[in-house]
Structures are given as C-alpha cells and as structure tokens.
Write a protein that binds this ligand. Structure first.
Ligand code: FES
Length: 159
C-alpha cells in the first residue's frame, strides 16, 4: 500500500535496530509513533497504517495505542499544545477556572487551535503531578500551582 508520508531514513534505521532488541515488533510501536509525531507533528490514519505495515502488526493495534494515549495528536496542532489537567486533584483546585481563563485569553475553546496555528488547547487526564495542582503541560514542560496570573506570565513568555 502506498502512503502519502513516511519516516526519515535515520528513523527507519533506528526502528530496525530497536526491532532486534525485542522478541515482538509490537514493543517498538510507541517509539515509532513518537518518531512519526516528531517528524510530522500529528499522526494521520495513513501514518498509523504506515507504522503498522513497517512493524508487521495489525492496523487496529496501532490505532488502539494512538487512541489510548492523549500525548498523540490525531489532528494537526499549533506550535504550542497546551494541555490543562482537569482530573480530580486539579479539578478540586480550580483547573476549570484555568481552562476558561486560557480559552478567554486565546479566544478558542478546548480542543481548538488558534487561527494563526500558534496554540492548541486541550483538556488532559492526570499529568501525574497532583500534589502541585492545578497543572498544565506545554511541550515537554510542566507548569504547576497555577493561577490566572501565572498562566498569563507563561503565555507571555512563549515564543
Ligand atoms: S489530577 Fe491533575 S496532575 Fe493529577
């Protein structure tokens, strides 16, 4: 099957090396999906089929992994993906107010991207930092003990 996009030769080589380390190629699926997202920004259905074909595993396995982990983008996202945790600990510490505040600042709703493609705002499940709720993640970075003022300061600093 022909695919509209592919992985770089360098990542294809890394995948071949990784495959040798495990008894089953399914073990490489997360790594391969990260590589795909790193190169393309999000993972299309065609991308999922490509990964499945590359690893010789069923499409539905890759689809299942992508839909399970919220870190995988199933549609194009802005330059900064803002993930606001709204799970229990954060909810009890007013994450709803944080989310609404960002929606107002960016003039978009959760799940949307700004027209200039700069920001995507999403609700996240527990980010594993409940003791410092409310929490948001932007890229690889965590922002904790948030209030509207600290959120404004973070948004202002983003390139
Ligand atoms: S509930 Fe928000 S980090 Fe755990």
């Amino acid at each position: 099957m022909q695919h509209t996009a592919r992985l770089s030769d360098e990542n294809l080589r890394r995948i071949e090396e990784l495959k040798k380390r495990y008894p089953h190629p399914q073990a490489v699926v997360l790594e391969a999906l990260w590589m795909w997202q790193g190169e393309h920004g999000w993972i299309s259905e065609d991308g999922m089929r490509y990964i499945a074909q590359l690893l010789g595993i069923p499409d539905h396995h890759v689809f299942g992994v992508v839909s399970f982990y919220t870190m995988f983008n199933r549609k194009p996202v802005g330059k900064h993906k803002i993930e606001v945790c709204t799970n229990v600990s954060c909810m009890l510490r007013n994450s709803e107010r944080i989310l609404r505040h960002i929606e107002e600042r960016l003039n978009i709703k959760a799940g949307e991207t700004t027209p200039d493609q700069r920001f995507t705002l999403v609700e996240a499940e527990c980010l594993g930092s409940c003791g410092t709720a409310p929490v948001m993640q932007i890229g690889d970075r965590y922002y904790q003990n948030l209030d509207p003022e600290s959120v404004d300061a973070v948004l202002k600093e983003l390139p």
